[in-house]
Design a binder for this molecule. Structure first.
Ligand SMILES: Nc1ncnc2c1ncn2[C@@H]1O[C@H](COP(=O)(O)OP(=O)(O)OP(=O)(O)O)[C@@H](O)[C@H]1O
Length: 230
């Protein structure tokens, strides 16, 4: 039985994400997964992500990965060797989609439940020696809802994560050399490229604020900053 890529779920800088299924005609059942794909020569970031996800196995609020393989499909991949990273499929898309759908009307109860799950996820990531460095609604995946209509959330996209060892921080010393998305990055990373566990907590704060208001928190501040500079 082979996994079949059915349609594109999204795209990243490395390549595409497909919805993929495997049908077991003997047991009469089907399994679904999301697969992140990159041309083999450009797949270093996916190799790295697989390594990080392997170390985060079993964390309930971190997206789980199943396996990796290399395929060479004629119809989808033009016979080019493709590296595939198989992840559990998030049926609700991303938290960014959910916020857009609800247009700032996520209830306080729901926001509390989501913030708690993200904190649990961050705690596990930090305990295992990583800083995510790119927490934002687009990198949080949404799974099934419970009987109250509240979803299970999991952290995803560890492509920019850093191993913070004994030094407990990583510093580039250069302004605007932060790893993650500008609008979710803390001041110390924007000023001198300082990265530590607190980075993720700042980004979580921006994410929670976005759930409450339906809009990004820092976009206006940066505009005002530019006006002042001019
Ligand atoms: N496990 C998954 N289940 C369902 N959809 C997914 C899954 N993983 C990714 N996606 C979809 O694919 C899109 C792109 O995924 P991904 O997180 O890899 O890229 P990105 O964050 O947009 O790009 P980059 O990694 O270059 O910053 C996501 O926004 C999401 O909609």
């Amino acid at each position: 039985m082979e996994w079949k890529k059915l349609f594109v779920l999204g795209a990243g800088s490395y390549g595409k994400v497909y919805y993929t299924v495997k049908i077991d005609s003997f047991l009469l059942c089907a399994s679904a997964a999301a697969v992140k794909c990159a041309d083999l020569p450009r797949s270093i970031s996916l190799h790295r992500e697989a390594h990080i996800l392997e170390s985060l196995r079993g964390c309930p609020n971190v997206v789980q990965y199943f396996r990796v393989d290399v395929s060479r499909d004629v119809s989808i991949e033009n016979n080019i060797p493709t590296y595939n990273l198989f992840l559990e499929y998030a049926c609700g898309g991303s938290l960014h989609d959910l916020i857009n759908l609800k247009r700032g009307k996520v209830s306080e109860l729901e926001i509390g439940f989501y913030a708690y799950q993200l904190l649990k996820g961050i705690q596990d990531v930090h305990k295992r020696g990583w800083v995510h460095c790119d927490i934002k609604p687009a990198n949080v995946l949404v799974f099934d809802a419970n009987e109250l209509g509240m979803h299970k959330l999991k952290l995803a996209d560890f492509g920019l994560s850093l191993r913070i060892g004994v030094s407990l921080s990583y510093i580039t010393g250069t302004p605007l050399s932060n790893r993650g998305t500008l609008l979710y990055a803390p001041p110390e990373s924007l000023i001198c490229g300082f990265h530590a566990k607190a980075y993720d907590i700042w980004s979580l704060g921006c994410t929670v604020e976005e759930m409450m208001t339906g809009t990004r928190v820092w976009i206006y501040q940066i505009c005002i900053g530019r006006l002042r500079l001019n």
